[in-house]
Write a protein that binds this ligand. Structure first.
Ligand code: GLN
Length: 211
């Protein structure tokens, strides 16, 4: 099977874990710190970390516009946690100067679960993923409060996990066209299924190339 080159935005956050997971999932990870490094990649992983810092560094490193342009042109992207925030069109509880790519029409709330618990783990049923529920590791995670047209909800925290104001039932995984986003951190588990799902999306988007 084809091994697509997949960029891992390497300005901040858990870059090494994502690179390892991309490799385990059948892709070739390429750290991206400057715009020229985007040229060789077919897809991009935006790691977790801190979206306000990432937004700032993207501007300092002059990477914001080049990435936005590739996303507009249909480059597949996977964002986990802060990466999900970076892909969203609307961010609640963000800093006024933080920017996001708006590649997925959805509203996310930063640190949303933090009002209940800072970090937790939960079994998440993910549509499109075989092999049973995925162990989601949530670290000061956002949730998705609204999805726009064309956004498919593929995972929620189970409704049994809390009371009516709590995290139960909240959307934590979405897919929209070539973009995938999770509130949790699949790169910190040994389960490469989410990354494999993304690598498959990238392979399929590489039109006309043989497997
Ligand atoms: N709370 C962080 C943010 O706003 C996200 C946390 C994470 O990526 N683990 O970016």
């Amino acid at each position: 099977m084809r091994v697509p080159q997949i960029g891992v935005l390497a300005l901040q956050g858990d870059v090494a874990d994502h690179a390892r997971a991309v490799e385990a999932a059948g892709g070739r990870p390429v750290p991206v710190r400057r715009a020229s490094e985007l040229d060789s990649v077919e897809g991009l992983v935006i790691p977790g970390g801190e979206s306000t810092t990432m937004s700032h560094l993207l501007r300092v490193f002059e990477l914001f516009d080049p990435i936005a342009k590739r996303l507009d042109a249909g480059m597949p992207a996977f964002g986990s946690c802060a990466g999900m925030i970076m892909l969203a069109s609307d961010v609640l509880d963000g800093r006024p100067d933080q920017r996001s790519f708006g590649a997925i029409p959805m509203t996310v709330r930063r640190n949303a679960f933090g009002r209940q618990v800072d970090s937790f783990e939960a079994e998440i049923d993910l549509d499109g993923l075989d092999g049973g529920p995925f162990r989601g590791v949530f670290i000061r995670a956002p949730w998705v409060e609204r999805v726009g047209e064309g956004v498919e909800v593929i995972g929620r925290v189970s409704s049994g996990d809390s009371g009516p104001e709590g995290p139960g039932g909240r959307i934590v995984a979405v897919r929209a066209g070539a973009c995938l986003a999770t509130s949790f951190h699949p790169e910190v588990t040994d389960d490469a299924r989410v990354h494999r799902y993304f690598v498959d999306m990238v392979r399929r988007s590489g039109a006309g190339e043989a497997d």
